[in-house]
Write a protein that binds this ligand. Structure first.
Ligand SMILES: NC(=O)c1ccc[n+]([C@@H]2O[C@H](COP(=O)([O-])OP(=O)(O)OC[C@H]3O[C@@H](n4cnc5c(N)ncnc54)[C@H](OP(=O)(O)O)[C@@H]3O)[C@@H](O)[C@H]2O)c1
Length: 287
């Protein structure tokens, strides 16, 4: 089979490519604006913002994974993903897999979940065969948040909430399982960690593993937004953080499934296991 990964040069995409190559038996095509060739991997240029480039990028593929870009400007990712789905269908790709997000539901822009909803609906209507993998929140992004919060000594939330943080590596393994496996057409999976942890629980875990004091405090939305604005963060970033925090509070990421184990053939790592190398590398860098 010829399997394409769109967004292959990114952190998640590279991990997916490596997982497919490690499984063997398939041809892999790595696609993005600046694709990276590697042993046994064909590189093709394809830009979500220039749909004409996608026809040749997606030609001849049996299966294709679409990973959204990280463009946070309202409306951009929805437009990009709809263009990519249409191009893949027109190119004759038999099975399209979409990387979506936990808790996806009907939402309007500029909510961060809006492009995932638009893309899921387009995919279901247009693709000859489709699978959706809804990812939970990256454990790696939690570590970044903790590093930025170390000085203030507290993670923040609009309310207490639960999130089933998951590593990129485990999401990638699940995606590769879908792309190389059978029986996944028409399925919506949720790639989650092993437990949905509260704000207080994750702060305590990071404090213990990272060896620095960290708590969890709830902050009204207006105060959180104005604090970030005063720190000089761009408007799109402020809106994105608020949108994510609303999703956290609404329970969008409060879901734990066995889907990674089912798809990857191995269970996901617990949050503690993911945190140890990331926080210890951080501590080693400071000493
Ligand atoms: N669940 C979570 O916690 C969480 C957190 C952050 C992000 N995300 C989502 O997960 C996605 C993947 O994460 P990641 O860490 O792998 O992000 P990443 O490293 O920034 O990768 C993004 C990929 O998108 C490609 N890309 C960007 N603009 C493009 C365009 N116009 N046309 C075609 N390809 C384009 C990039 O390649 P080129 O630059 O070579 O085109 C790259 O391969 C993100 O983009 C975001 O949608 C999820």
């Amino acid at each position: 089979m010829k399997i394409g990964v769109s967004g292959a040069s990114g952190q998640l995409g590279q991990a997916v490519v490596n997982e497919i190559v490690a499984r063997g038996g398939n041809e892999v095509v790595a696609i993005s604006r600046t694709p990276k060739a590697a042993a046994g991997v064909e590189a093709r240029q394809g830009d979500y913002d220039q749909p004409a480039t996608l026809a040749s990028a997606y030609a001849g593929l049996d299966r294709l994974l679409l990973i959204p870009s990280a463009d946070l400007a309202p409306g951009v990712r929805g437009t990009q993903l709809v263009a990519a789905i249409k191009a893949a269908v027109a190119a004759g790709v038999g099975h399209i897999v979409l990387m979506s997000a936990a808790g996806t539901r009907a939402q309007e822009e500029p909510a961060i979940g809006a492009p995932y909803w638009t893309a899921e609906q387009t995919l279901i209507k247009a693709a000859p065969a489709w699978t959706i993998l809804r990812m939970n929140y990256y454990a790696e992004s939690l570590v970044q948040e903790a590093q930025m919060s170390a000085q203030s000594g507290a993670l923040t939330g609009l309310t207490e909430n639960r999130v089933a943080f998951v590593s990129r590596a485990d999401i990638a393994a699940a995606a590769a399982g879908i792309l190389t496996g059978e029986g996944h057409a028409g399925a919506i999976y949720n790639a989650t960690g092993t437990a949905a942890v509260s704000g207080a629980e994750r702060a305590a875990l990071i404090a213990e593993v990272g060896g620095f004091p960290l708590g969890f405090v709830t902050v009204p939305e207006a105060a959180l937004a104005s604090g970030m604005t005063q720190m000089g963060l761009p408007k799109d970033v402020v809106n994105t953080v608020i949108s994510i925090q609303r999703d956290f509070s609404n329970g969008a990421f409060d879901i734990v499934t066995g889907d990674i184990e089912k798809l990857a053939g191995r269970p996901p790592k617990a949050l503690r296991e993911v945190l140890i190398p990331l926080l210890q590398a951080d501590a080693a860098g400071k000493s």
